[in-house]
Write a protein that binds this ligand. Structure first.
Ligand code: CO
Length: 466
């Protein structure tokens, strides 16, 4: 019987996409032991923006959150999203930091590490992969992830080549990550068939978003074409900018006799549990109903929804909404000049801002942002296609070549741990505290100070009581 498994995203991507990752652990602690019986392929629960949000907004230790989830879900594979050499942010870390982060993630309970790079420059995911292999338990899975985008150079053949490369690097599964929700059913069909023909024995996972309204069709075509795992969210946290609904796809696939391994009662209970939680955040305004609607703009304008709203906000700020059409038309040209990078953070903002500047100045590249300059210098990795030669010469000087940020020996180890120890003193009690500080210094320091203050108050209180 044909089998398709589900990854439940309510704790991470649905939470991140619909409500800026503000779900505190306490909101869902009560359903974890039930979720553990659902029969998911995995539960995505950590990484992405969860770590930052824990420290910055929720006063939670992200590592403690992970350990608590692990304790309450002993039987389910726990999954995280990792941005390769950038870990959970946008800067390149030294290899020793990346290795330690992976080691601690596995030690605190992660089973599946889904590793990607915004540019699909796989040199940027190599260290994280090697660390995953080094610290693997029998349950650990290293999943290689491709940032999906459309451009004249992003052909099925190109994606097949990427998959072959991920396989030869040693990844055990491959995920296609369609963050903008612009993969059409047609594209999914050709892509999955092409990949399956080339590397048939390796599980393929599809991660998409409902943003443009295509996800259910796309997922259905992907399943027909042989995809092994799909990412879905419990239905009250599904749709809009989130994933398609778990229960709905479970029902639809059941009629085809496709085995999902899911327990219907349990997945319904999970949804019932989250309904009042969702309502609480709709009422408080944290969950904007707009994010749950379908927005087909991305299909019309060929840029992701978030990038478009960012651009409109910039133009409004500068009182230049009359330049909207011109800026929109400039985006494909800037993207071509940059060698067709996938339009994900931070590249989507870089391309969008440069397009706006080009139009406002009335001359292309009269002003070039530092981010774009750094991109040409090679700091983000290799572009999918060659960059524009004239623009490269303008930025790097005649004959200038981008540096390879990965071959400098100095990049392999740094003094982040010493610096963190020096900065935190007795605020840090374990390697996890140091790692939080290395990733998000201000937020981690504020959190650790607060933790100490709370404990001191508690101690005084206990003594008085005694
Ligand atoms: Co996503």
């Amino acid at each position: 019987m044909k089998k398709v498994q589900f990854t439940e995203t309510v704790l991470r991507d649905a939470n991140q996409s619909l409500m800026a990752t503000r779900l505190p652990y306490s909101d869902y602690a009560g359903i974890l032991s039930e979720m553990d019986k659902a029969g998911y392929y995995s539960v995505e629960c950590w990484g992405g923006a969860t770590f930052d949000s824990c420290l910055r907004y929720l006063g939670e230790d992200p590592w403690e959150r992970l350990r608590n989830i692990r304790k309450n879900m002993p039987n389910t594979r726990l999954q995280m999203l990792l941005r390769g050499q950038n870990l959970l942010g946008y800067k390149h870390y030294h290899d020793d930091v990346v290795e330690k982060f992976v080691e601690l993630s596995i030690k605190n309970g992660i089973d599946i590490i889904r590793i990607f790079d915004a540019l699909n420059d796989f040199r940027n995911i190599k260290t994280a992969l090697e660390a995953t292999k080094k610290y693997a338990t029998p349950k650990t899975i290293a999943s290689g992830c491709i940032s999906y985008t459309q451009s004249p150079v992003h052909t099925v053949d190109k994606y097949v080549e990427m998959c072959k490369e991920l396989k030869s690097m040693g990844f055990e599964t491959i995920c296609l990550k369609d963050m903008a929700g612009t993969m059409s059913p047609y594209e999914a069909e050709h892509l999955i068939k092409g990949i399956k023909d080339a590397i048939g024995d390796m599980p393929i996972i599809l991660h998409t978003h409902c943003t443009t309204g295509m996800a259910y069709m796309t997922v259905t075509k992907a399943i027909e074409s042989g995809v092994d795992v799909i990412d879905t969210a419990t239905s009250c946290f599904s749709n809009g900018t989130s994933q398609p609904a778990t229960e709905t796809l479970f029902y639809a696939l059941g009629q085809y006799g496709i085995e999902t391994g899911l327990n219907e009662d349990v997945i319904n209970k999970v949804n019932d549990y989250f309904k009042p939680i969702k309502q609480k955040y709709v009422d408080s305004g944290l969950l904007n109903p707009k994010s749950m609607a379908t927005d087909s703009q991305a299909l019309v304008y060929k840029v992701p929804g978030g990038m478009l709203s960012n651009m409109i906000a910039n133009l409004k700020d500068m009182n230049a909404m009359d330049k909207f059409e011109a800026a929109l038309a400039e985006i494909p040209s800037v993207r071509k000049d940059l060698g067709y990078p996938p339009l994900v953070t931070p590249l989507s903002q870089m391309v969008g801002n440069q397009a706006v500047v080009n139009v406002l100045m009335g001359e292309r590249y009269k002003q070039i942002s530092n981010e774009v300059k750094n991109y040409f210098k090679g700091e983000y990795g290799i572009s999918p296609a060659p960059v524009d030669a004239a623009l490269e010469a303008k930025i790097l000087g005649e004959g200038g070549k981008p540096v390879d940020c990965r071959i400098e020996d100095a990049k392999r180890t740094g003094k982040e741990f010493e610096d963190a120890k020096a900065a935190l003193g007795d605020l840090a009690r374990c390697e996890e505290d140091l790692m939080s500080y290395i990733c998000f210094p201000q937020q981690a320091e504020a959190f650790l100070k607060e933790r100490k203050a709370k404990e001191e108050n508690m101690a005084t209180y206990t003594i008085e009581e005694a």
